[in-house]
Design a protein around this ligand. Structure first.
Ligand code: FES
Length: 225
């Protein structure tokens, strides 16, 4: 009995072991987790993203009809670290280029409340500065990723009224991406950085709005980008 008490672990020892264990656990867990979640961490924690911030063409605004949205796929290139010049110089055999990687995003385009402004009816040829600004202000440019858990939403007509419906848990949004019902904590994610050029083509950057929703539940990025 006396022998056993000689070797007993003191409270200080116990806390030290606990601390060392926690440090070891963090060392073993954080790097792999950071590797797997890298794009998310860069986007949400460091405020950066691997996805290119260059302008990407969506298409001609003349194709956006009255009354309903259209969906368009846009490829956003990924600027992977393998592709940067420094890495390429050091490891010339690393076969990576930006063209090989892209995030393909489906984007819903519509006019606000489904109504194309009169000044933009029948546009032909190059757009004036005023028309371009009007188009930028009146276009809904929405990610098709549901703001709840990331399922792709669909445009459906219910009793004559169109709405975006998420097939996973029944999230509903209006044509402007506004929240109507179901579990999503906010409206659909919007692309606020847009530019309509003289030739009538719409360009956007891979950035999302930070609409407020339910505190603690709202995310500032879609679950899938
Ligand atoms: S993922 Fe859309 S409602 Fe749940």
């Amino acid at each position: 009995m006396v022998e056993l008490q000689k070797d007993r672990i003191t409270r200080g020892d116990f806390l030290s072991f606990g601390f060392i264990g926690a440090v070891m656990g963090a060392i073993l867990t954080i790097p792999p987790a950071a590797f797997v979640l890298s794009p998310v961490i860069k986007t949400n924690v460091l405020g950066q993203s691997d996805v290119s911030q260059d302008w990407q063409m969506v298409g001609p605004i003349d194709d956006v009809p009255d009354g309903e949205p259209i969906v368009i796929e846009v490829d956003f290139p990924i600027d992977q670290i393998y592709g940067n010049n420094e890495v390429q110089e050091q490891f010339p055999d690393t076969q990576k280029s930006n063209e090989e990687f892209a995030v393909r995003s489906a984007i819903w385009l519509s006019w606000q409340d489904g109504q194309r402004p009169e000044e933009l009816q029948g546009i032909n040829g190059s757009l004036t500065q005023e028309q371009r600004q009007l188009a930028e202000e009146n276009l809904n440019i929405l990610s098709n990723i549901c703001a709840h858990l990331g399922c792709p939403v669909r445009w459906v007509i219910v009793e004559g009224e169109g709405e975006f419906l998420c097939p996973c848990h029944g999230g509903i949004y209006d044509i402007n991406g506004g929240y109507i019902g179901g579990p999503p904590p906010r409206g659909m994610f919007r692309y606020p950085v847009r530019e309509v050029r003289e030739d009538g083509n719409l360009y956007i950057r891979h950035e999302f709005d930070d609409e407020d929703g339910i505190p603690g539940l709202t995310t500032t990025r879609p679950h899938v980008v």
